[in-house]
Ligand binder design. Structure first.
Ligand SMILES: [Zn+2]
Length: 485
């Protein structure tokens, strides 16, 4: 309890997060009934978030059956309070509780559409979503009319069962390190892992290059597809998408092999390792939203961004390569499906061309929405990777943000939303990879060398009408509405 008390008072001066301000995670904290001073009993819930990607700032005991939970704000930036990830133990068999998460910094949320937290427990280690019917999202008069997300849960197994709850399927820095080490140990000639930089807290900023070994040495002009992800640390589904993408690109799938012959893939799977490690939602250790600092990243304040940008700028000035694509992968907290954001250019032909890849993705992935895909040049987005690189790279290049919903997709077949799982997030990554084969007209059959370049709209079959994507003519009239990212 003393730790909780410290947490409650330490940051109380911050007006941004109000008088409920919290810093630091709960550390094996027992929520005792009011006035209770005896030893802990079974059923006095023990909360913990002092682990990698953990986040829970404070717990208030309301009754034996109800607890108020406070998200710990991003480090050095109390404006962002969304990601949570904590464990609960010392439960009684069949103990029923309601948890109220009371200090979210966002109001618009997929909780309104049926999103729910994920849960696993020690004897059932696979993450699952809590049933939507047990989740309530509402404006609460008890909490200064904040939006509160409440969920009911029954601890069906007691003994030493540890339950873990999170905003979305966690994907930690260590998990990425393990994954990359496994790939490295396979010693595949078409995969190379490099260290681009270290973070402020000395974690690794990794880059993986995947291409046929001949491309690593030949002097022919080569096409580069550059993919980044996890600049926003709470957007863990983006890491699942990247892993699905990498798994496919490095595999023995015939399409993957042909893709590697024609393209050099460069992937920076986690642009903000410190933020991910710390359990932040939006920011780096020092409280920066790195996706607003592409124009002038500082080597000491934004080292991962600085190194990635430097690497991209070196590629850009290298006459032996051309950066065809830059794609930055995110997760979206208010919209369904996966979709893209692209840039608007004054040159009509270049602008039209930006719509081609999303349309191809739409025909490959039943969860891709062309209707949600939007093109903009808002001033507030000028510091994003997509906008910045769109203004710097060659006229032939394409820069996108790929967004995947934190919750669900509609595929035009089922009337109700289909919640994303870890598996369906991997699939998004595989479909992204396969779309490059369509774009470059690469087939896995022995075939003449593909004509590399963009495919005109009229060459493409018009499929998946149910998902609301427009015709090629729509590409010219695409919405310029501002959308939250
Ligand atoms: Zn994002």
């Amino acid at each position: 309890m003393s730790k909780m008390h410290e947490d409650r008072t330490a940051d109380s001066a911050s007006s941004d997060s109000g008088d409920d301000a919290v810093v630091g995670n709960v550390n094996k904290t027992i929520a005792y009934p009011h006035g209770y001073s005896g030893p802990p009993k079974r059923g006095h819930l023990l909360f913990d978030a002092c682990f990698e990607s953990g986040n829970l700032g404070r717990v208030d005991y309301i009754t034996e059956h109800e607890y108020d939970l406070f998200v710990r704000p991003d480090t050095c930036n109390p404006r962002f309070r969304v990601w949570f990830n904590f464990t609960v133990e010392n439960v009684r068999p069949d103990q029923r509780v309601i948890f109220n998460v009371v200090n979210f910094s966002k109001t618009k949320s997929l909780y309104r559409e049926g999103m729910s937290p994920v849960v696993k427990s020690s004897s059932r280690p696979k993450w699952t979503r809590i049933p939507s019917k047990n989740v309530f999202y509402y404006r609460c008069p008890d909490h200064r009319k904040n939006y509160v997300m409440s969920f009911a849960f029954c601890f069906d197994r007691a003994d030493d069962e540890v339950y873990q709850f999170a905003y979305s399927f966690p994907y930690t820095y260590s998990r990425l390190q393990n994954y990359l080490e496994k790939i490295e140990h396979k010693n595949m000639p078409h995969v190379k892992r490099e260290l681009l930089s270290l973070t402020v807290q000395q974690r690794k900023l990794d880059m993986v290059t995947i291409t046929s070994p001949e491309n690593m040495t030949s002097s022919d002009k080569k096409k580069i597809v550059f993919v980044t992800s996890r600049v926003h640390p709470g957007e863990s589904p983006a890491s699942h998408v990247v892993q699905g993408f990498l798994d496919f690109i490095i595999s023995n799938h015939p399409l993957a092999r042909v893709l590697r012959d024609y393209i050099i893939f460069k992937v920076v799977p986690m642009l903000n390792p410190d933020g991910v490690y710390l359990g932040n939602y939006r920011c780096s250790l020092m409280g920066f939203d790195l996706n607003r600092h592409w124009q002038d990243p500082s080597p000491w304040a934004h080292p991962t961004l600085h190194a990635t940008k430097q690497y991209l700028m070196n590629l850009h000035s290298d006459p032996s390569v051309v950066i065809d694509f830059y794609i930055d992968i995110h997760a979206h907290s208010t919209l369904s499906n996966c979709f893209m954001y692209g840039n608007i250019y004054d040159e009509e032909e270049r602008f039209q061309r930006q719509a081609v890849f999303p349309r191809l993705m739409c025909s490959n992935a039943d969860d891709f929405s062309f209707a949600n895909t939007a093109f903009n040049r808002d001033v507030v987005k000028a510091g994003t990777g997509r906008r910045f690189l769109g203004g710097i790279l060659d006229e032939s290049s394409h820069c996108y943000t790929l967004e995947v919903s934190f919750y669900s997709y509609y595929n035009g077949l089922s009337p109700s939303p289909i919640p994303y799982t870890e598996e369906s997030y991997y699939r998004v990554g595989r479909n992204l990879a396969k779309t490059f084969a369509d774009y470059y007209k690469i087939s896995s059959h022995p075939a003449p060398k593909p004509s590399v370049g963009f495919i005109r709209e009229r060459d493409r079959p018009n499929s998946n009408k149910n998902k609301g994507q427009g015709t090629s003519a729509d590409a010219a009239n695409v919405t310029t509405k501002t959308r939250p990212r």
